[in-house]
Ligand binder design. Structure first.
Ligand code: NAD
Length: 257
């Protein structure tokens, strides 16, 4: 499977799943555009590493996915978009009657609304190129819920719904739109939830991982960023041409429960 000549834009990709997906797409031959809201030397250095290791072109473009104009500008600055991976995301955990409104607004903006703006800007480029893939990194929380994650669950269910609409609007074109729904993956986003959960349940780190996080993941293992990257590469393959408007769970059996 070669993605040579294709440009992939991955939002929120200076760490975690986005970075893992960028690496796998580059290993498959795609030129990748990395993104986050910072503009540090280390952000650009990640892109240089990918270019050096894979021989593809990798660039880093700063854009804040909580701002619609910057989402659209990211796509415009990239100049081409054959594969769009909507991945940027944040989390906040609190009971709904205590959920800070600024956190709700930020989660909806970054995890859901950004994908509306990037997709709107990218589809004309895909149509002009005659091929395209929209891949939204949703979550098991796009298909099921957990307490204290109202904004995240709402945003992830929302992006699953938007994925279906994009698929229907592009169904007769050489463009597909799908959502990947990971279970728990040990990334900085998940690491950040461990201390609060330890405090809340008065548990050790190991207990939180085993008895809280992986309790609904029957495999009892975290999914890896490489596995998610491989799933994205598959969705870009010819074999996946008729796969559109659906969700692909990478969750160790979570949603089979
Ligand atoms: P992460 O914190 O490692 O990565 C999140 C990325 O989003 C980072 O690159 C961060 O810089 C970027 N980001 C945050 N705010 C941004 C903004 N305003 N503008 C641009 N970029 C921004 O977390 P992750 O676990 O890799 O999460 C990536 C995606 O995967 C998220 O959408 C998350 O909801 C989803 N997900 C993660 C898991 C998991 O267990 N880790 C499970 C299911 C879904």
């Amino acid at each position: 499977m070669s993605l040579q000549g294709k440009t992939a834009i991955i939002t929120g990709s200076n760490s975690g799943i986005g970075l893992g997906v960028a690496w796998e797409l580059a290993r498959a031959g795609a030129d990748v555009v990395l993104n986050s809201f910072t503009d540090r030397d280390e952000d650009h250095a990640i892109a240089d590493d990918i270019s050096r290791e894979t021989g593809t072109k990798a660039r880093y473009i700063k854009a804040d996915m909580s701002k619609g104009a910057e989402c659209r500008d990211l796509i415009a600055q990239a100049g081409a978009c054959d594969v769009l991976i909507n991945n940027a995301g944040i989390q906040h955990v609190a009971p709904i009657d205590d959920f800070p409104q600024d956190k709700w607004d930020a989660i909806i903006a970054i995890n859901l609304t950004s994908a509306f703006h990037t997709t709107a800007a990218a589809l004309p480029m895909m149509r002009a190129a005659g091929w395209g893939r929209v891949i939204n990194i949703a979550s098991a929380h796009g298909l099921t819920a957990s307490p204290y994650k109202s904004a995240y669950v709402a945003a992830k269910h929302g992006i699953v719904g938007m994925t279906k609409t994009i698929a229907l609007e592009t169904a007769q074109e050489p463009i597909t739109a799908n959502a990947i729904c990971p279970g728990y993956v040990l990334t900085p986003l998940v690491e950040a939830q461990i201390p609060d959960t330890m405090k809340e349940y008065n548990m050790s780190r190991e207990q939180v991982i085993k008895d809280v996080m992986l309790t609904r993941q029957p495999s009892k293992e975290f999914a890896t960023v490489e596995q998610l990257g491989g799933t994205a590469v598959f969705l870009c393959s010819d074999a996946a041409t008729q796969i559109t408007g659906t969700t692909l769970s990478v969750d160790g059996g979570w949603t089979a429960l």
